[in-house]
Design a protein around this ligand. Structure first.
Ligand code: FPP
Length: 250
């Protein structure tokens, strides 16, 4: 049984795999790319929701390291969409006190996109509202691999003993080490996979899957996911009796 305190615990960090843009478009006999354009609208809805509900962090999987395998034309159009959306939305995001951050390996993106990314990060770095993390060319395996390399370099330099490597040191070398780990993970589009998203950081996260295609996802769908989250009892390895405490047992 949940205690009242648990029910008031809204998630601090929500991470989303935005899936189903292509199928949304196909259902309407539209080119796949129209699904991505419609997907931007859904991004706006969830950013607004998070701002209004004082969610601290929203992480969106915009482009995985595996997405380069898509048809060249789709990749090129997605890149243009990212640049166009940043250009169009950065002013509004800044005004709304949103801090924008990117995770993933950006060196593979065009100079222009890389420049837009760093400009929007610096422009919003002192904002204190929602932190919007965009995962772009991100892969969880790669994140852990890069962290391992960083620790190996410290060992090689004699600054660290292998037996002193622990979970905290590994976590500190991963992307977004300063942010709370996701409380709630949402995947739209009906698939039930993590797809190499934040593998380490999702260890204790509650999962919510929905068949809705991403362009159909809106504030109400977000609220449904949060309501689902609020019914879960987060035990972090403890028993329910321990979590509920003596007052619930007696
Ligand atoms: C997955 O749908 C979606 C993507 C790979 C791209 C996500 C991009 C957006 C939502 C647009 C812009 C985002 C930002 C942050 C500006 P899919 O194409 O895999 O759909 P399918 O599974 O139906 O084919």
């Amino acid at each position: 049984m949940l205690k009242e305190g648990d029910l008031s615990k809204t998630p601090k960090h929500i991470a989303i795999i935005m899936d189903g843009n292509g199928r949304w478009a196909k259902k309407r006999f539209l080119p796949r790319f129209m699904g991505h354009i419609a997907g931007v609208k859904a991004v706006k809805h969830v950013v607004e929701y998070c701002g209004a509900k004082q969610i601290e962090v929203l992480t969106l999987f915009a482009f995985s390291s595996e997405n380069w395998r898509r048809p060249k034309d789709e990749v090129a159009k997605l890149m243009d969409l990212f640049i166009g959306t940043l250009d169009k939305e950065i002013g509004r995001l800044d005004k709304k006190n949103v801090r924008l951050r990117f995770i993933g390996e950006r060196a593979e993106f065009s100079e222009k996109l890389q420049q837009k990314m760093s400009e929007s990060e610096s422009r919003t770095e002192n904002n204190t509202g929602l932190t919007l993390v965009i995962a772009a060319n991100y892969g969880g395996h790669r994140d852990i691999t890069l962290a391992t390399q960083a620790l190996a370099r410290q060992v090689k330099a004699g600054h660290l003993q292998p037996e002193d490597i622990n979970e905290n040191l590994i976590a500190a070398e991963l992307s977004i080490p300063d942010l709370p780990e996701p409380d709630l993970f949402i995947r739209t589009g009906g698939e039930k996979r993590i797809s190499n998203f934040l593998l380490w950081q999702l260890a204790y996260t509650e999962f919510h899957f929905t068949d809705k295609f991403w362009p159909d996802f809106n504030a109400q769908a977000m609220q449904d996911a949060v309501d689902d989250f609020l019914t879960r009892q987060r035990r972090f390895g403890r028993t329910s009796e321990q979590v509920e405490g003596p007052s619930e047992i007696n």
